[in-house]
Design a protein around this ligand. Structure first.
Ligand SMILES: Cc1ncc(COP(=O)(O)O)c(C=O)c1O
Length: 509
């Protein structure tokens, strides 16, 4: 049986295959008739058949039926010259098509991250490569750590970026702080709290879960109750800004409760850092991690972390070996520590240049101004979304400015709206996760993506798509509401400025 026949046999009919691949039935019928599936469908077929029909089988079959011809080469000449025998243009491992340099489209990124990246950051990233032990690089690292201490509002010397995405930051905290048998209270109010529980279990710890409804913040009373019942709990972990719902929990209150019961705290600040206040020293956070691609607006793949002295003391006192070589805090400190510089792993140098520049941009703007910008554009975006009749998932006091989750109206195809925004307006917004899949849209205004032009474009595009779909949305209403919101915020700011100027003049007189 060829791959086309195998695929049909697997799903019972050509119609079912067509439905699952979102194709016209005539296309599938043509595959069966011609006896092969075109190479460009190879990966989809492997995914659809859960690996039962391998990409390679589809490619080889397609190539034997319809060999790839390269315009730049004379007919019959092998892609690999004399390395290959015969006139086969492909071996088992070569790509199925001619690959050219990659040029991504210019998108407006208004999802849950990554964000758009400031041109200064992109330029910095393309600077010449240097070694990770080069004295110039080491100097840059020290500045980078100082800038991170600024955004985290901490004096802790143990503040540095890990080579890896936010998930690495999360795992790093758990692998160092949770020994087998340790009891850990995890607060779950969305997808990422669930991942924390997974981490505890994988470290051999015992999770005690404090649940909250998705869209609600973590309830401090419930945490206190759990700690009262589990006085041997060593660690409390929670998500400050739950990206899957757009809710913010009261980190200060939760850390205070944890400390009252002598537990260390692990705080996820992946979406909160630089978007809303994260005051590590003032709140007494023990271990915190974030990610470079959210409100820091850098390229994905770095996870800034910060640890208190309590954490270092605990890790040093652990009798067992940390269950990960790469993430063992004791070993990594040899590289990131200010006095020692021993090889640990090859640091992603150019990505770190970029993070340095992204943090510098925040410092130039001022952290207070950066938080205020996220709030200002959230207020305008919210006014626009509500003017279209959309409802927020999260109650007003707990809404995150940088992550706005709204409920998809009854009868509207959630996915089609996102796809149309991307195809027709080049705008990416986020979908719901887990139980909220298909039910909400998530509008991120993080970092460099948090700009008035993005807010207005997004509202205009969404209004047009929803009205085309037959929703009673009057095109232009959302933009007008956002304009009004901006105007009244500007008026209030001007009045406040005039008032403080007058007060200063009076005091000086
Ligand atoms: C709250 C939260 N924690 C952790 C992560 C994981 O970060 P990353 O995707 O960079 O691994 C995310 C990613 O969106 C997140 O939103």
């Amino acid at each position: 049986m060829n791959c086309a026949e195998r695929l049909v046999a697997l799903f019972g009919s050509q119609a079912e295959v067509a439905r699952r691949l979102r194709l016209d039935r005539a296309v599938v019928s043509n595959w069966v008739k011609s006896g092969y599936i075109p190479a460009r469908w190879a990966m989809e077929v492997e995914a659809l058949s859960s690996g039962q029909i391998a990409t390679r089988d589809v490619l080889n079959e397609a190539n034997s039926r319809k060999p790839i011809r390269l315009k730049s080469r004379p007919h019959g000449e092998s892609l690999f010259g004399s390395l290959l025998l015969g006139n086969d243009t492909m071996n088992d491992f070569s790509p199925a098509k001619r690959i050219r340099s990659f040029h991504p489209p210019q998108r407006t990124l208004m999802g849950p991250g990554p964000t758009e990246i400031h041109p200064r950051v992109l330029t910095t990233m393309s600077q010449p490569a240097i070694g990770y032990l080069d004295p110039v690089f080491l100097e840059m690292m020290e500045e980078l750590k100082a800038l991170l201490r600024y955004v985290y509002q901490t004096k802790s010397a143990l503040t540095f970026p890990l080579s890896g995405p936010g998930s690495v930051g999360m795992e790093y905290c758990f692998v160092n702080l949770v020994a087998p048998g340790d009891k850990v209270v995890v607060c779950r109010n969305g997808v990422f709290g669930g991942r924390m529980i997974e981490n505890v279990e994988r470290m051999g710890g015992v999770p005690v879960v404090v649940e909250a409804n998705w869209g609600d913040p973590v309830d401090p009373d419930k945490l206190e109750d759990a700690l009262r019942k589990n006085r041997d709990a060593r660690v409390v972990a929670f998500i400050h800004a739950e990206t899957s719902t757009g809710v913010q929990s009261d980190a200060k209150a939760l850390v205070e409760i944890a400390h009252r019961y002598d537990a260390l705290t692990i705080v996820d600040a992946v979406t909160s850092l630089a978007g809303t206040p994260v005051l590590v020293d003032e709140w007494g956070i023990d271990a915190i991690y974030s990610a470079s691609q959210k409100c820091l607006s850098c390229t994905p793949g770095l996870s800034p972390v910060s640890f208190s002295d309590r954490v270092v003391d605990y890790v040093k006192s652990r009798k067992d070996k940390i269950h990960s070589w790469f993430m063992d805090m004791n070993l990594l400190l040899g590289y990131w520590g200010a006095t020692t510089r021993t090889y640990h792993h090859t640091a992603p140098t150019n990505a770190l240049f970029a993070l340095h520049e992204a943090l510098l941009l925040i410092q130039e703007e001022g952290l207070d101004n950066c938080w205020a910008r996220h709030r200002r554009h959230h207020v305008a975006l919210k006014a626009g979304l509500e003017a279209m009749g959309l409802k927020f998932l999260v109650k007003e006091p707990f809404q995150l400015p940088q992550m706005n989750a709204v409920v998809c109206p009854e009868g509207v195809n959630e996915e089609e709206v996102r796809k149309t925004l991307l195809a027709e307006f080049n705008i990416e917004i986020g979908a719901g996760l887990g139980p909220l899949k298909g039910k909400i849209w998530r509008f991120g205004i993080m970092g460099y993506s948090c700009r008035p032009d993005n807010v207005m474009l997004c509202l205009a595009a969404l209004g047009s798509v929803l009205s085309d779909m037959g929703l009673p949305v009057h095109v232009g209403d959302a933009e007008a509401a956002a304009h009004d919101a901006y105007a009244s915020m500007h008026t209030r700011a001007a009045q406040a400025k005039a008032k403080s100027k007058a007060a200063a003049a009076k005091a000086a007189a």
